[in-house]
Design a protein around this ligand. Structure first.
Ligand code: HEM
Length: 239
């Protein structure tokens, strides 16, 4: 392939595997739905949502949350056991020599990158951190709020007056619930809610930054990074 402007030879290079692309777009879809449900939950009082409505919204949020968690966990597996650009060393900003890579990037020494450029690695590292916080805190609050797996059964047993009848405990009802133990559970949950909300705000900041970074890099490197996340191929200088 020949670049018209510079007459430099270009090659199509296969960079993103099917697994990476599937993870990326499923993650985008899940995060979009989780943010939408999350915003409604956060503003449920102002929107006049009833108690039953809230339980329904939280249930939908948690069900999408499970898909999000499984997808993210599979990405962890790829990071450790995958090949090429699936590996953590090609994804996160912790690889040996990263500081030198970043310096070189800031000096503009390298024109294009096969995988992520160092700025992209930094962004993705912070994003994975925020997504992981959402996963862990989400699973804990799903257990303490609507008693959903993996921790719901455990918390029901903790707060039950009669532990042989835990099935009587339902979200937002007091039947078979020990008030003191319920309060202790809510206290335990409180820092997880704080984490969930702050990490959500962090994601609201990171997502537009990520999109801006992609647009900037697309214009600077001209290596079709957006379509590469669809078909897997980047357009890179042959050398
Ligand atoms: C990118 C991922 C996620 C985002 C952006 C997100 C966002 C939010 C937001 C904004 C709220 C409202 C907070 C509040 O009312 O104080 C919320 C609530 C909640 N989230 Fe998530 N969430 C995510 C992932 C998850 C996951 C993976 C789960 C569990 C599987 C989960 C479970 C819950 C539950 C149970 C609530 C209700 C908490 C409550 O208000 O009582 N979330 N989420």
């Amino acid at each position: 392939m020949q670049n018209k402007n510079s007459s430099q030879s270009l090659a199509l290079v296969y960079v993103w595997s099917k697994k990476i692309r599937l993870f990326h777009w499923l993650n985008v879809l899940c995060v979009f739905l989780l943010i939408t449900f999350g915003l409604i939950i956060l503003n449920s009082k102002a929107l006049g949502v009833t108690s039953d409505g809230k339980v329904l919204l939280k249930t939908c949020h948690v069900l999408v949350g499970y898909i999000f968690c499984i997808n993210l966990l599979l990405r962890y597996v790829l990071g450790f056991f995958g090949t090429g650009f699936e590996k953590w060393s090609a994804t996160l900003a912790f690889n040996k020599g990263f500081a030198a890579e970043l310096k070189e990037y800031r000096q503009g020494a390298q024109k294009a990158y096969q995988g992520h450029n160092p700025a992209g690695k930094l962004m993705i590292t912070v994003m994975f951190l925020a997504l992981s916080i959402q996963m862990v805190s989400g699973l804990v609050i799903a257990g303490t709020d609507i008693y959903y797996p993996p921790f719901g059964g455990y918390f029901k047993e903790q707060i039950a007056i009669d532990s042989t009848q835990v099935e009587l405990i339902k979200p937002y009802t007091k039947e078979n619930v020990d008030t003191e133990k319920y309060k202790a559970m809510r206290d335990l949950r409180s820092p997880f809610i704080t984490m969930h909300v702050y990490s959500f705000y962090l994601l609201l900041l990171l997502i537009p930054l990520h999109i801006a970074g992609v647009i900037y890099t697309e214009r600077k490197e001209k290596s079709s990074i957006t379509s590469a996340m669809i078909n897997g191929y980047k357009t890179l200088p042959k050398d």
